[in-house]
Design a protein. Sequence first.
Length: 478
Amino acid sequence: MTATDFIYRASISAVFLAVVLSGCGGDKPTDPPPVEPLPEIELFSGNPLDIAPADSTILTWKVSSADSVILFPGGISLTPTDSGQLMVKPVVPRTYQIIAYNKKGQDSANISITMLSAVSSITEFTFLPDTIVQSDSTILSWKSNQADSLIIDNGIGKVNNTDSGQVKFVPSNSQTYEAITFSIYGNDTAQTSIAVRIPSEMMSINGTSFKGIMGTSQITPQLLVGIDDQNNTLINDIWIYLELLTGDGILSPADSVLTKQNGQADLSYEFNGILGNALIKARYKSVDTIDLVLRSDMLNPGVGGQAQYILFTDSFSHVISFNGAPNSVDIDPTFWITYANYEFTKNVVFVINDANQDESAQENEEVLAVILTSGYTGKTKDSIGIGSTLNAIKAVYGLPDTIYLDTVQPPALGVVYRSEGLLFFIDTVTSGTVDTNTAAFEIHMDDFISTPAPAVKRVNQTASFEYNRRSDYRRYRK
């Protein structure tokens, strides 16, 4: 390598080094431009928020990073954009909105200015009464303030007088009614309800069978009636109509009675006539009826007679209703009859026609006769009963149709009064003569004229067989 070559190469290296060093020693790169933020509404308020009509309020705003701020309604451009105040005077309650804009987007906020002192209001909206019986009327009343109009739903519609008023009508069912008042400053609503009770079923609170004492108004249990509504609840303040179908006593009230607050109405009946039975019908319009069966404690022989609260034409169900279940039901060996035996509790036996011929007493089978045994205390209106002497019996009923000796042990004298439906068994017969001072220990009673003879159990019984109604009932002497 020559000296010239060395100088040349050295020069190139110096130039290269200078170039490299020049690149390392220059200025730093430029930073990227900053990102513009979205506008933000930091505050938007009104003072006061509630005003009276024609008053004003001050709107205050505080906004950052906004190019413009617009107030609605009206599209008013607010300046300065960052913060400020504006007095407004709305005619009606109003919601104001501001929207802040810049190139990147927008933000918004709302406030509402009210005029509560001028808002329409409903101060009264009521039914009187608020509970009625179906087909009755009620009065709907209202009062309101500062209302331009008032509308009630369920068919009543817009009312003429918004300040106060009432309407009388007959609602068909339970319902809630709503009233709405309108004004430019605000509306109001109110609700009220009417309960319509629909009578559905007549009720006798203490059953339908009642016992009385002749010559008094003492009835057991108490006569109480009412009527249930659709919810099985007794209705108060409702008129129930009464009718005395049978009986010659005094029903009070005579024709109608008003139920009390508990839904019950009490009646009274006095057995002050001849009949020892009565039938009262209690009714509410054409909705429902119920029959109350009243029986006195008297013995009433003959046609239409009764004993131990039972008529001779009653069914066995009446016997149970008035006397409870019998001690036993005894079967007659000869005739299709049964004996509902209360001898050991009430000293009485009821003869039941075994119409079904099944040797049992069915509730629909008819009472043929009543047998009174020793210890029974009931008397006829003439004070004849167990213990009455033959002299006393003859003094009331006259000479008997038949007197015969009953040989069932111990022997007794049978004294028959056909027209009265009576057979007395007298306690003592001495040497074939009648002792008129001896007393009756058993009495058989029936309606001799119309009581049918029961069928016999014997096969091939001739049609000419005549049933001796009283003497063929078994004796129940203890």
